[in-house]
Design a protein around this ligand. Structure first.
Ligand SMILES: [Zn+2]
Length: 338
């Protein structure tokens, strides 16, 4: 089990350690040496191809590449596509090369293999039900000023979801208790469910546990919680509650990326002609929200030179504000971190 915080922490550490070493890392992970020769060639990114549109440059020491068709990227994305693995498995691969792979629990946790993880997700999802007035999820969203009249099918209410923590040796998972939870299904490009986001709740608030938000499954790279299916227009947001707030005020479809890192990478259908990117204002910290919103805009603009895409980036005016703060200001005194 890798929750978002753990994933992002390990990802940041890996990127720091890998800086300037990507050519060796990619070669060691089995990427064809011809691809790493700084010459034009076919693009290895899934579904791209061509003859000479791709060049590996390593321009900034991040394993950088540029493709005239699908845009720019770094060593991690390149490796993930080359190996056809999930982001979590790719991360482990690089950690192994860097010799910083965290030790895995020896005894049985809630999930051990990809197939077990998928089964476990399906079980949890099937135990849950549509969100209704009066249930704990609706109560929580009411308290944040973003309850909906009707909820998209990608959100569900689980009446009693077990909460686990690792024991003090980080070896075993210990069952701490059961909490009501809001479930959100993350879907990959083809629409297949790839991960399950859980928000543990209690008395209309986030549950008083270390990590009230967790992610089940680790193949969620570029996926999204889809609040509605788009035709030609789409709004995207970082946090789930931000997405729900935008859905409530501006209508569907809104896709939530869950993290700044994933907003940058989120997959946008080719049919979209108009995209609104609702970023967080992280001016109080490291500008992650703004950076990922503009990075997504930049990537799409560069990749879509032939079929124009109208992109708008919206950032709340106030430092530290997200879209729940903007759209449900009367509830902001609750000061929930997204
Ligand atoms: Zn390409």
């Amino acid at each position: 089990m890798m929750n978002i915080q753990e994933y992002e922490g390990r990802m940041r550490r890996m990127l720091t350690l890998a800086h300037g070493r990507w050519t060796a890392i990619l070669a060691e992970c089995g990427v064809d040496h011809r691809l790493l020769k700084h010459r034009n060639g076919p693009c290895p990114i899934a579904g791209c191809g061509g003859k000479d549109r791709f060049q590996y440059t390593d321009k900034f020491g991040e394993g950088n590449y540029f493709c005239r068709a699908c845009g720019a990227g770094g060593g991690f994305k390149l490796l993930q596509h080359w190996l056809g693995l999930s982001a979590g498995d790719t991360l482990r691969k690089v950690e192994k090369v860097l010799n910083v792979l965290p030790e895995t629990p020896t005894s049985s946790g809630p999930q051990r293999t990809t197939r077990d993880a998928r089964r476990s997700r399906e079980k949890v999802w099937n135990e849950a039900r549509p969100i209704k007035p009066g249930d704990e999820v609706n109560r929580y969203l009411e308290n944040r000023g973003i309850a909906l009249e009707q909820y998209p099918a990608t959100l569900r209410f689980h009446p009693a979801l077990p909460y686990f923590i690792k024991d003090e040796h980080a070896e075993k998972y210990v069952h701490v208790g059961d909490y009501p939870a809001m479930l959100a299904c993350l879907q990959a490009k083809e629409g297949s469910p790839v991960a399950l986001h859980r928000t543990y709740l209690l008395d209309g608030q986030k549950a008083p546990v270390d990590s009230p938000k967790k992610l089940l499954g680790d193949t969620w790279f570029a996926s999204a919680v889809r609040l509605g299916e788009p035709s030609t227009e789409l709004s995207v947001a970082e946090g789930l509650e931000n997405g729900i707030a935008i859905y409530k005020h501006h209508g569907p479809p809104v896709w939530s990326a869950l993290t700044a890192g994933n907003l940058e990478k989120i997959w946008i259908p080719d049919t979209i002609k108009r995209l609104r990117i609702y970023g967080d204002n992280d001016a109080n910290s490291c500008f992650d929200g703004q950076a990922s919103a503009f990075s997504l805009a930049r990537r799409l603009k560069k990749a879509r030179r032939s079929a124009p895409l109208e992109v708008e980036v919206l950032i709340p005016e106030d430092n530290g504000a997200d879209w729940v703060n903007v759209l449900a200001p009367q509830f902001s005194y609750l000061n929930h971190a997204a």
